[in-house]
Design a protein around this ligand. Structure first.
Ligand code: A2P
Length: 274
C-alpha cells in the first residue's frame, strides 16, 4: 500500500489513492478519509467540484499522521480558468484544505477551451514556483489536448493525466501517448463507477484468487502501471480495495480483461471536447 511511483516532477505518488467524488462533505468524507488513512492509504484525491476539501483537510489533521506523509490532490474546475482566476482558486483550495501546500494540482477538464486552459497552465507553473503546489497535471485530457499543451513548450510538463479507465474503457491511445511523454496515468472510476462489478468474467477471475471483482479491477489497473483511485464510503470496502498486494493476475487473465473494452464511459467524457 505504500508502493509509490516517481513522477516527472521528482515527487513520489502512492499507487492507490482514495477517490472522493460524490462523497458528501462533513462526516461522510471525514469518516471515509480517516478509515482510508487508518487502513494505510497515504493518497487522497479531491477536487473543488466535490465540495469536500475542508472535510478532507479535517480528517488529515484528525488522523495525527504527519502532513508530509500524505499525498493530497485537488483540481481546478471549469469556472475558475484563466491565469488570475486559477491562482485565486488554488489559494481557496489551500484555505479549505487547511494545508500550506498541495501535492498535485490538476486542471480538472480541457472543456474551457484552448485559450483558457493554456492560461491556467501558466498559473499552475507559477503555483509550483511559489511552493504552493509540488506537482501539476491534467485530467480528462485526450491525446489532442496533451499534444497542444506539450507543443506550447511549457516550463513544466504535466506529471499526470487522470482519466476514467477500467477494462470496459481501456483508452489505449491516451495511455500510450501519456506514458511515451513521461505523463503518469491515474485511473479514476477504476471500478466502472460500480456499474459493471457484476460482470461474470470479472467475478470468475476473482474466484480463482479468492478476491472480489473490485480487487481484480484494482489489480488490473496496477499491473498496467496506473495510479488507481477507487472510491467508497464503506469502511470494509475501503479496506478491501487496498488489500490487493497478496496476489497477481496472470498474463492470461490480464488479456481477458483487456478484451472487455466496449468504450463504456460511466460519467462524462471531456477527452473528446474541443
Ligand atoms: P460505495 O461508495 O457505496 O461503497 P469507482 O471508484 O469506479 O467510481 O466506483 C465507486 C463505486 O463502487 C461506488 O458506488 C462504491 O460504492 C462502489 N464500490 C467501491 N468499492 C467497492 C467494493 N469493494 N465492492 C463493491 N462495490 C464497491
Amino acid at each position: 500500500l505504500q508502493s509509490t511511483r516517481l513522477l516527472s516532477s521528482g515527487a513520489k505518488i502512492p499507487l492507490i489513492g482514495l477517490g472522493t467524488y460524490l462523497i458528501e462533505p462533513g462526516k461522510q468524507t471525514e469518516d471515509a478519509v480517516l478509515w482510508a488513512l487508518h487502513a494505510g492509504y497515504r493518497h487522497i484525491d479531491t477536487a473543488s467540484l466535490y465540495r469536500n476539501e475542508a472535510s478532507v483537510g479535517n480528517a488529515i489533521r484528525q488522523s495525527g499522521i504527519p502532513r508530509e506523509k500524505i499525498f493530497v490532490t485537488t483540481k481546478l474546475f471549469n469556472n475558475d480558468h484563466g491565469y488570475d482566476k486559477a491562482l485565486a482558486a488554488c489559494n481557496l483550495s489551500l484555505q479549505k484544505l487547511g494545508l500550506d501546500y498541495i501535492d498535485l494540482y490538476l486542471i480538472h477538464s480541457p472543456k474551457p477551451g484552448p485559450e483558457l486552459r493554456a492560461e491556467s497552465w501558466k498559473a499552475l507553473e507559477t503555483l509550483v514556483e511559489q511552493g504552493k503546489v509540488k506537482s501539476i497535471g491534467v485530467s480528462n485530457y485526450g491525446v489532442a489536448h496533451l499534444k497542444e499543451l506539450l507543443a506550447s513548450n511549457p516550463r513544466i510538463k504535466p506529471a499526470v493525466n487522470q482519466v476514467e479507465i477500467h477494462p470496459w474503457l481501456t483508452r489505449n491511445d491516451i495511455v500510450k501517448y501519456s506514458e511515451e511523454h513521461g505523463i503518469a496515468i491515474e485511473a479514476y472510476s477504476p471500478l466502472s463507477h460500480g456499474r459493471r462489478l457484476q460482470d461474470p468474467t470479472v467475478i470468475k477471475i476473482g474466484e480463482q484468487y479468492n478476491k472480489s471483482a473490485a480487487q481484480v479491477l484494482i489489480r488490473w489497473s496496477l499491473q498496467r502501471g496506473h495510479v488507481v483511485l477507487p472510491k467508497s464510503i464503506h469502511k470494509e470496502r475501503i479496506e478491501q480495495n487496498a488489500d490487493v498486494y497478496d496476489f497477481e493476475l496472470s498474463e492470461e487473465d490480464v488479456k481477458i480483461l483487456d478484451h472487455l473494452n466496449d468504450n463504456f464511459v460511466s460519467g462524462w467524457d471531456p477527452t473528446v471536447s474541443k
